[in-house]
Ligand binder design. Structure first.
Ligand SMILES: Cc1ncc(COP(=O)(O)O)c(C=O)c1O
Length: 401
């Protein structure tokens, strides 16, 4: 997911526009900023690309999740459903909001399993967060259908799938609100940064105020002379990030196109091997191609296959052992470890609910992940590297399958 690979003159030009004014703050300083509103312009172009009515840039993808939940009024006593394969930020943001994370199995899309979502909905469920993991679509047709039947808003965690689509529509625009990440390793990057998109003006205004200490951002009203409808916090993006975002956004179609080409080369080698199957991608055209995920017949073969790849210095990711993205390895969640001496937020929660989770709660997901290997795909994969990967795959197939 490598926006940093394509840094060039465009990023430098955008950044120097900002440095020449000395204005790093996204609001105010009208006399000094020489017409530069990089964050606001980045927001507008991102919303235009997605076909969303409103967008709000924030300081990170994690912040985007937190702000979106604040905008939806989520807090203690509420449950928010997400999936057992995601980056920890998704459930950290739920806990930071005071709410209780509830998890689902993932299916062979590697995203939320709709049937398990349906089972997990209770009277307390106040939001559903499907995550478009490792570059491709969650099953939004079914997930949004279920959510609508129950009248629950969907927050799409699109941190790992900027520019992805389903049925021609941009990911992040199927639910009430979509969030994106532009952290250092994402498809487009601003170093740290995130975006919220929505078509709901009221939700946008609430998010906008919450992310900036309650400021109302009323055009024509001087900053500081506005009122505060409610308390907020600081999750603002700054102008240097907005500048980077503008340059990176223009390169997004190129990034995805190159990744698709590289992914296809490796996939072609894997397709020749009997016994290998692929992650189900609901819309190949809309894949961002940041990862290539494939299954071996069983866990033992997956580990041996990856052993041969690693010996050839082209090892794949074995998410089953990954401590950041895979539910059974989230030890701080199971052990309730926190810096807070009272045990909050796992214990002494204001909702009166102690958070407890079982490691072995998702047998289907665990079964899938035993067999799953994933190649990260980037923009600049040399012919030499791709040839080495292809040869290593052939070696591994001969040895293991
Ligand atoms: C699925 C998912 N959600 C949220 C985030 C958080 O984004 P950030 O790193 O910008 O806070 C990430 C980051 O990796 C992610 O992968």
């Amino acid at each position: 997911m490598p926006g940093f690979e394509v840094f060039g003159e465009e990023e430098k030009r955008e950044i120097s526009d900002v440095l020449e004014t000395g204005v790093l703050f996204r609001y105010g300083f009208e006399k000094d900023r020489k017409g530069n509103y990089k964050v606001a312009e980045f927001e507008k172009r991102f919303a235009d690309m997605c076909g969303a009515s409103f967008s709000l840039a924030v300081s990170s993808g994690s912040a985007a999740l937190r702000v979106a939940m604040a905008g939806l009024g989520i807090g203690p006593g509420d449950e928010v459903i997400t999936q057992g394969f995601t980056f920890i930020a998704t459930w950290e943001a739920i806990i930071e909001s005071g709410a209780t994370p509830v998890f689902t199995e993932v299916d062979d899309t590697l995203c939320m399993e709709p049937a398990d979502l349906e089972r997990k909905i209770t009277g307390r469920t106040k939001a559903i967060i499907p995550v478009h993991m490792i570059g491709a679509q969650a099953n939004m047709r079914e997930i949004v259908g279920i959510a609508n039947r129950h009248g629950i808003p969907v927050i799409e965690d699109t941190a790992q799938a900027s520019g992805g689509k389903l049925d021609g529509r941009y990911l992040g625009t199927f639910g009430a609100v979509g969030i994106f990440s532009f952290d250092a390793v994402k498809t487009i990057t601003t170093g740290e940064g995130g975006m919220i998109v929505t078509n709901d003006k009221g939700l946008y205004l609430s998010c906008s105020a919450f992310h900036d200490h309650g400021h109302e951002h009323i055009p024509g009203v001087e900053r500081g002379l506005d009122n505060r409808r409610f308390m907020g916090f600081n999750f603002r993006m700054m102008e240097l990030q907005g500048a980077l975002g503008l340059a990176q956004l223009a390169k997004l179609p190129f990034i995805i196109q190159e990744q698709k080409r590289n992914k296809e080369t490796i996939k072609t080698a894997l397709e020749k091997i009997e016994g290998i199957t692929f992650r189900r991608i609901l819309d190949l055209e809309g894949d961002t191609a940041t990862f290539l995920a494939f299954f071996l017949p069983d866990g033992e073969k997956a580990r041996r296959f990856n052993g041969v790849l690693s010996k050839n210095k082209v090892g794949a990711i074995y998410y089953r052992d990954n401590t950041w993205h895979f539910y059974p390895n989230w030890n701080e969640l199971f052990n309730g470890t926190t810096l807070c001496k009272s045990g909050w937020p796992f214990k002494n929660n204001v909702s009166g609910i102690d958070l407890t989770y079982q490691k072995d709660a998702f047998p289907k997901t665990q079964g899938l992940f035993e067999r799953l290997l994933v190649y990260p795909i980037s923009v600049k994969m040399s012919e030499e590297y791709l040839t080495r990967v292809t040869a290593a795959i052939e070696d591994a197939a001969k040895e293991v399958l």
